[in-house]
Design a protein around this ligand. Structure first.
Ligand code: F6P
Length: 317
């Protein structure tokens, strides 16, 4: 087979580990593997090179993606996708493995509908792909967020402040929920929990009056203006308050062993599926078992907030 591989959307630690796994598993199975640079944009523009085993050595522990990535909203247009198809024909590439989040999967679905053999691998820090328990990059981003929150607790405690920490996740609360639990945050606010500002302010005030010296609030992005929220907390609760937006630091760094392992497993699995003639699917893990879901279904499945984790928060915060 002649397999093309690309990374698309926001980069995530572990993307290089998947590229390596796909290239090496493909070559091991007698395939030729082509790296496509800069996501769907590079596919359309024909930025395509055949990869050898050596081209992917020493990338396993590197953050980012050696292939580069891009967001290409224009990929929704048929004429743009037709250009992509032409490039695949030019290089005689018969199958495509795309690594990314839901935007990447939407592109993959359209290509699949055009008759192109396509497989999607979940690579995003957001953990917002419901067809897998974990996405590649989530573990590393969670580690980064936890390290930062622990440090912010040190200074909040020294100064007797409330610290509001905004983490990424687009519209998925997993990064906030998991990091909040791991760092013992007093409050965790996600799109799933919603923000009840009055209640938060009142709770903080009574905690302050009860003598609790500092507080950590972890909140998902896209919920509210955290700098304004910090001002409101300061005006109402009696705590001095600071807001910190962790931002893009969560997207970088060397991938954790969990992300590397997941990347290796899903990369090799995708090549195996192509050899079995299975395409148009998104791969993932469920209860630590490899499995696949039609991309169409993966895109409409709802991310379920872990009930158990939500209850845990209520009991121990
Ligand atoms: O999907 C990954 C992510 O980092 C989200 O958490 C965030 O909302 C978004 O990408 C930011 O996108 P951009 O890199 O286009 O600013």
């Amino acid at each position: 087979m002649r397999i093309g591989v690309l990374t698309s959307g926001g980069d995530a630690p572990g993307m290089n580990a998947v590229i390596r796994a796909v290239v090496r598993a493909g070559i091991q199975s007698g395939d030729q593997v082509f790296g496509i640079y800069d996501g769907y944009r590079g596919l359309v523009e024909g930025k395509i090179t055949e990869f050898t085993r050596k081209d992917v050595s020493e990338i396993l522990s590197k953050g980012g993606t050696i292939l580069g990535t891009a967001r290409l909203p224009e990929f929704k247009y048929e004429q743009v996708r037709a250009l992509a198809q032409r490039q695949l024909e030019k290089y005689d590439i018969d199958s495509l493995i795309v690594i990314g989040g839901d935007g990447t999967y939407t592109g993959a679905l359209r290509l699949h509908e055009m008759g192109i053999n396509t497989i999607g691998i979940p690579g995003t820090i957001d953990n917002d792909i419901a067809s897998t328990d974990y996405t590649i990059g989530f573990s590393t981003a969670l580690n980064t967020a936890c390290e930062a929150i622990d440090k912010l607790r040190d200074t909040s405690s020294s100064h007797q402040r409330c610290s509001i920490i905004e983490v990424m996740g687009r519209h998925c609360g997993d990064l906030a929920l998991y990091s909040g639990i791991c760092c013992g945050a007093e409050y965790i606010i996600t799109s799933e929990t919603g923000l009840d500002k009055d209640k938060l302010l009142k709770d903080l005030k009574s905690n302050r009056l009860a003598g609790r010296k500092h507080a950590i609030v972890v909140i998902s992005e896209n919920i509210t203006d955290v700098h304004q929220l910090a001002k409101d907390v300061e005006a109402f609760s009696g705590y001095e308050c600071r807001a910190t937006v962790l931002g893009y630091v969560q997207r970088g760094g060397t991938p954790t062993p969990e992300d590397r392992l997941l990347a290796a497993r899903l990369g090799k699995y995708s090549v195996d599926l192509l050899h079995e003639g299975i395409t148009g699917v998104a791969v993932g893990i469920r209860q630590n078992e490899l499995h696949y879901t039609p991309i169409e279904q993966a895109l409409i499945m709802q991310n379920e907030t872990s009930e158990e984790l939500t209850k845990l928060v209520q009991k121990i915060s």
